[in-house]
Design a protein around this ligand. Structure first.
Ligand code: G4P
Length: 190
């Protein structure tokens, strides 16, 4: 998606070979015009599939996922990273380890919002090693739902996530695939 690649080149900043700062348009300040276009691009790509819910993980996936859900006229479910006193009742949980951040969290969703037979479109901001996506996959399996598509805004194609997910037969579509990056240069695949 050219508009996204332009934003990455103009406003993104690779702080090293592994981490890209995108806080001026994606995950701190948000370019909602760009996110609307991102949502429309996912909706167009996945238009042949019949999903029942769009799912994302708080917090940076919310903006692209919301516009995707709007374009597909589907409910958006935001998976939580922590249980709180008000998130009670029948919940599904799995532990996700983030290699980028060096932390773990309990990915959590109420059973009411991920039901048997649900066909999920997972939208997230970054794909690195795929741990977050596998977490969603585990929760979907627990719920009797399926993950029928995964839309990623920025894929770090030099990490293992894409290959690990496609090896499981998952349909992964990334709008920008970064082949390599350094403080001075960002190179895309394709
Ligand atoms: P994985 O799920 O693909 O295995 O990725 P990993 O655990 O390595 O990293 C996941 C978290 O790190 C996500 O944030 C993701 O947005 C963030 N992340 C990964 N690579 C980058 C990067 O190059 N730049 C930036 N800015 N963030 C990156 P999160 O823990 O879900 O938190 P949140 O930001 O959504 O609140």
């Amino acid at each position: 998606m050219q508009m996204l690649k332009d934003a990455i080149l103009e406003k993104g900043r690779a702080i090293n070979q592994d981490v890209l700062l995108v806080d001026s348009f994606l995950n701190h300040q948000v370019d909602v015009g760009l996110m609307k276009a991102v949502g429309e691009a996912f909706a167009e790509h996945f238009s042949g599939k019949r999903f029942t819910r769009v799912v994302t993980i708080e917090s940076s996936g919310i903006a692209p996922a919301a516009f995707t859900a709007l374009s597909l006229n589907l409910p958006l479910v935001i998976m939580k990273k922590q249980t709180s006193r008000i998130l009670t009742g029948d919940i599904l949980q799995t532990t996700v380890r983030s290699f980028t951040k060096g932390t773990s969290y309990e990915l959590t969703v109420k059973r009411d919002f991920l039901e048997p037979g649900d066909r999920v479109l997972l939208i997230d901001d970054f794909l690195a090693s795929g741990e977050a996506a596998f977490g969603v996959l585990h929760l979907a399996q627990q719920a009797g739902a399926t993950v029928d598509g995964i839309g990623i805004v920025i894929e770090k194609a030099f990490q293992s996530g894409h290959d690990r997910l496609t090896a499981e037969g998952l349909d992964v579509y990334s709008l920008a695939r970064i082949k390599s990056m350094s403080e001075r240069h960002i190179e895309f695949l394709d």
